[in-house]
Design a protein around this ligand. Structure first.
Ligand code: RUQ
Ligand code: CUA
Length: 763
């Protein structure tokens, strides 16, 4: 018996006989701890508001942009515990994302002009909505640097699709969803020619460079964006920025602001003042007001132009059809955020102390009356600021983004220069409270704060700088997400969370109970397509095929073996390994890698994953399971044998172990002892109402599954024993014990769960 199995058995024995640890007696009182750790009553209050005791769960789940990592960070509120990183635009090794064939296919959708792009500048995540409320089904996120949008399915938190914007070279105003997630907005940032690979000098900026906004059509049933049914609007080269969809009365419209409507072209190297001067010279920029429902009809009517194979409504068409308007907005604006009731759009001018509350009703009245103060250089009608604004409120320096409270008319705006959050009433234009944060807040986020039904309670400040907040870790600091309690009149700062990944620009949070992720896949699923995987097999159907120089393995994974345990190839063969995880138990993920072939798969219960590589080096390459899945995880192994050209075997049998009758008898006794433990655990479980605990039912089923695998093995070892083949007799008896250990492991987990969750005795 090796060390691991000895430990497993002794653990099983210890727990099986009901050995319970006694709770350690703490001599310290709460007062002692406060003193020792130098904590105030206020600290204690903050701790009480954020602490989530072991075994308890958080109220909200936040999806944060992972910034330059190209990933999404999932964390929980109020504990601020990180739950997951989701690989999106970049490879993520743990999840095998970019290391198995199925996920490589998703990443390959993000190639631009045939080139792999292995990073992304993610900015704005958006949760899918139904009637303007978060529904927890999908998450979208954009890549500013390489204009792309990704679709993540929240049933398994996996990236399913990446679409490349067909006409932009960069973007920023995405992802934002329409109230029923029919469309996802992606607005351009830095203007460029819309046609691919077209060159025009900067001298032709005004004529040939363009901005725009894309409306990606989303098919909810399929959970995929339909590029063929998507369209864009050509816009002036104004550096379009953030966007938002209207809702309620403003449903059908969308809003995109802009900076650098000066259309300034810098050139320090030629002695010209830099972009920052030329792009902020004027007092106003433009809010783009777009009737997207009508725009969709214009496309249907065949009035769009195809650019790079994509439908684009040109500016002159948009003007003629009355779907595009501008409103001045002060000065170098950043966020545009539609209020929950859809009546107002709040715009912050970064270089203005004011926040402007635009009235949708007023804008509509001006459009209906044809009341425009001017036209921009491209002939787009401009509605006068006075005819569009409900109120302008001086909030402080560097206002950027606004989020909403569950209480009517209450909003929170980030003040970048002041490093503050302002709480204010946008109906009455009154400032209510201000709170200092550390430092230079960018976005901020309230719970479901950009939906029609914000949940209030907490606000997270996404600060750009983290000076003096954390133990120093070198010149590159972590980001600082600060949790703020907004349930009372006065805001209270609760917690600093360092985020050590990228610059997370924006984050969205949803009530945890709205998320209904699965715990396993239907056996044989390709999780990246949601379809049955053609390489899936069931237990007993495993096989290896060799055709020409192609070796294809149809394998399975289950605690604690990989089938097959040997793969043979000739040097130069192309090896494709399909692996199905046959587990039904929760959290029984197996990983798979082959030494030095840069391949990795994460195979969750039910999933089928393919890894593929060219066996271009002769030699011996161990493969193994990379997740610590059971007591015999280390033994979940095998060999890839890459044979040299013309190799012939000289030895045809494997070495034998020196097993004796005594070894065999000891193993048989061990099997009997372990069975006694299993019986006692089963007796306990069936003596309580375990059927009322679905998680336990799954564990118990799986435990019996494992035990079921011992069928026929007793006859087998006894037959070998009768022939005095002690090696085979001993090893087959040992195999029974392996299944018993897994059974006991699950049974004990179930027992602990039941004891801790108040299972009741039944008759
Ligand atoms: S950004 S700090 Cu949304 Cu990309 Cu504003
Ligand atoms: Cu499977 Cu470790």
């Amino acid at each position: 018996m090796n060390k691991t199995s000895k430990r497993a058995l002794s653990l099983a024995l210890a727990a099986g006989i009901g050995f319970a640890a006694t709770a350690a007696l703490s001599a310290e009182t709460l007062q002692d701890v406060l003193k020792r750790r130098n904590l105030s009553q206020q600290d204690l209050l903050a701790a009480a508001k954020t602490y989530v005791p072991t075994g308890k769960r958080d109220e909200f789940v936040a999806f944060s942009s992972g910034g330059q990592s190209g990933q999404v960070i999932v964390y929980a509120v109020p504990s601020m515990r990180i739950l997951k990183y989701i690989g999106v635009f970049t490879p993520e090794p743990w999840q095998g994302y970019g290391y198995d064939e199925n996920s490589k296919a998703v990443l390959a959708q993000g190639k631009i002009d045939g080139k792999d792009i292995t990073w992304g500048d993610t900015h704005h995540p958006a949760i899918s909505e139904t009637n303007g409320e978060y529904d927890g089904q999908f998450l979208f996120i954009n890549d500013k640097a390489n204009p792309r949008i990704a679709v993540i399915d929240l049933r398994d938190f996996e990236t399913k699709q990446i679409v490349v914007n067909p006409i932009f070279k960069s973007e920023h105003g995405g992802a934002f969803v329409s109230p029923n997630t029919e469309y996802i907005i992606e607005a351009a940032q830095y203007a460029a020619p819309l046609e691919n690979k077209k060159f025009f000098p900067l001298e032709e900026f005004n004529e040939k460079y363009r901005g725009g906004v894309t409306y990606w059509k989303f098919d909810r049933k399929e959970g995929r964006i339909k590029p063929g049914e998507s369209f864009s609007l050509e816009l002036p080269p104004y550096s379009q920025d953030l966007s938002d969809f209207g809702k309620g009365p403003s449903d059908g419209w969308s809003f995109t602001n802009s900076f650098c409507s000066e259309r300034y072209v810098g050139g320090i190297e030629k002695g010209r003042p830099p972009y920052e001067a030329g792009c902020s010279a004027k007092d106003t920029d433009y809010l783009h007001v777009i009737n997207w429902k009508k725009a969709a009809e214009v496309v249907k009517a065949g009035k769009a132009k195809k650019i790079n194979g994509h439908n684009v409504i040109m500016m002159d068409t948009a003007i003629k059809e009355g779907i595009l308007f501008l409103v001045p907005e002060p000065k170098s604006p950043h966020g545009v955020d539609v209020s929950p009731d859809g009546k107002f759009m709040i715009v912050s001018g970064k270089l203005d102390t004011h926040v402007s509350v635009y009235s949708f009703e007023k804008i509509q009245a001006a459009i209906k009356a044809g009341k425009f103060e001017s036209k921009d250089p491209y002939g787009i009608p401009v509605i006068g600021l006075k005819d569009a604004v409900h109120v302008q409120v001086p909030l402080g320096l560097g206002p950027l983004h606004t989020q909403y409270d569950s209480k009517p008319c209450i909003a929170y705006t980030s003040l970048y220069v002041d490093s503050q959050v302002a709480k204010w009433n946008y109906c009455e234009g009154k400032v209510l409270d201000k709170l200092s944060v550390h430092y230079n807040i960018g976005h901020l986020m309230t719970m479901e704060g950009d939906s029609t039904k914000p949940k209030g309670k907490y606000l997270v400040a996404l600060n750009k700088l983290a000076i003096d907040r954390f133990v120093p870790v070198g010149p590159l600091h972590p980001q600082n997400h600060q949790l703020i309690d907004i349930s009372n009149d006065k805001m209270q700062l609760l917690y600093d969370m360092p985020l050590p990944l990228g610059e997370p620009h924006y984050v969205v949070a949803i009530e945890a109970t709205k998320l209904k992720p699965g715990v396993r896949y239907k056996v044989g699923t390709d999780s990246r397509t949601d379809k049955p995987h053609p390489g899936a097999v069931r237990a007993g159907e495993e096989r290896t095929e060799k055709k020409g120089n192609k070796v294809t393995v149809y394998g399975t994974l289950i605690r604690s073996h990989i089938t097959p345990e040997t793969i043979e190839a000739d040097v130069g063969d192309e090896v494709t390994i399909h692996l199905t995880n046959l587990e039904r138990a929760q959290d029984e993920t197996h990983g798979f890698t082959v030494s030095t072939y840069n391949t990795h798969a994460s195979v969750e219960p039910g999933k089928t994953v393919t890894v593929k590589f060219k066996a271009d080096k002769e030699g011996v390459y161990p493969y193994y399971c990379t997740e610590f899945c059971s007591a015999l995880h280390l033994e979940m192994q095998g060999y890839l044998l890459v044979k040299p050209k013309g190799w012939k075997p000289t030895k045809t049998t494997l070495a034998k172990g020196n097993y004796t009758e005594a070894d065999y008898k000891a193993t048989v006794k061990k099997v009997a002892d372990t069975q006694a433990i299993i019986d006692s655990v089963v007796a306990y479980i069936t003596s309580v109402n375990y059927k009322d605990f679905p998680d336990v039912v799954a564990m118990v089923e799986d435990a019996f599954d494992q035990l079921g695998k011992t069928k026929g093995l007793k006859e087998k070892h006894e037959a070998f024993a009768a022939k005095k083949d002690w090696e085979n007799a001993n090893l087959w008896a040992e195999q029974i014990w392996q299944y018993q250990v897994k059974t006991a492991d699950l049974g004990l987990r179930a027992k602990t769960y039941l004891e801790q969750n108040g299972a009741k005795k039944i008759k």
